[in-house]
Design a protein around this ligand. Sequence first.
Ligand code: PLP
Length: 478
Amino acid sequence: MPDDDHMSPGQFRELGGKLLDYIADYREGIADRPVLSRVEPGEVAARLPAGPPLQGDSLAGILEDIDEIVMPGITHWQSPGFFGYYPANSSLPAVLAELLCAGLGVQGMSWVTSPACTELEVRILDWLAEMLGLPDSFRSDSAGGGGVIHGTASEAVLAVMVAARERRKQAEGYAGGELTAYCSAQAHSSVPKAALICGIGTENLRQVEVQEDLAIDPQALESAIEADLAAGRSPFFLCATVGTTSSCAIDSVAELGRLARRYDLWLHVDAAYAGNACVCPEFRSMIEGVELADSFNCNPHKWLLTTFDCSTLWVSDRECFTGALSVTPEYLRSPQGDRGEVIDYRDWQVPLGRRFRSLKLWFVMRWYGVEGLQNFIREQVRLAELFAELLRPDDRFELAAPGRLGLVCFRFVGSDDENRELLEAVNSGGEIFLTHTVIPVGGKEKYVLRFATGSISTREEHVRRAWEIICSAAAGDA
Ligand code: PLP
């Protein structure tokens, strides 16, 4: 390839400036775009050429296609009118860190492949553990714990389930009984997926019934464990969910921790969304008992202003964890690794290669400071409470679950079909976007609308406007 086919650093400086302008303009004008993409299936693909370009193009040409082909197919997650799913907020300091990460272009699979990539991550995860009020046993400077950044909560639960499986198989007295795992019926689909992938099988995952508050029923859990023991099986893993995906229900970590100790189960805490709120001390009661857990996970890429992907996982016994995941061929050995002087993060995850993700968290922490992050979470919780307050006196609507953190689950008092139509009407206007779930309400499975605050640009005026839109849709004016 001739040298002049590459973008020179000089061109990069000039064109990169244009791209930054493009992103800044996008963020400035984001509120004017319809939140939910309106393209039909196949529409974006149909606008793309069937084959790759033979000759190179200019950045201007590429950006033109971004505008015409890609943008219509974008749902604007950073829009102030985005109230769907859980947020995936992406602050601009984190965007800059992503650029730096790509610019450095390092692989951080081993300490030796870029020592700063490992050592910054170790330190940042100790900082975050402190910010969330996690026990010292999870810190890298404790006797045996430590943290790591995974791409997603799904990878994290898979990795810890493998470690738990190996711990059980190597335990004294393990007689080879079938391994069984436990979570609530409201746990995220990543738990059954992990069971599927790591060979436990979904048939050996007990998705235990929940109480009226949609948290796992500890008595039903204990009965399920006892029944498995009586049948000669070997219970080994328990996942507590702090903030379920559907309704932000919170399992009692303390109660589950006691059961985990009694039955020698690995206790994993999936706090993918809600865990981020622990940066505010007033929300930490929801993880009371976390010192009894073997692992804890939350996703700063959801609610802590750190661009996807950034899922932080801590374990209290790193030797047990890495012992299960470590495979070291000759070509990956290093003197420092062989001497056990350093962390090689490839032993803490499923893939080998890894990005310099801690840059994002570091930029975010330094830009906002702990107080800035606390202010953001508190404000988004306040906005959800405001929405619940607007809704409560209106007898056309009911709360379908207690409002928790930034999530309000509600329904139009009527049939599931009416609620489905209401959601469609609300979203079709383009100004706001909400999603739905189905959860037990008063003992019966019902279609429910979810209003999740937390998008980076959402302010009180957007929440009030959202309420107006929902009311006029309910009145049939939309
Ligand atoms: N756990 C919970 C409670 C979630 O809400 C989610 C996603 O919304 C996940 C796990 C999966 O997260 P990820 O996309 O990082 O795998």
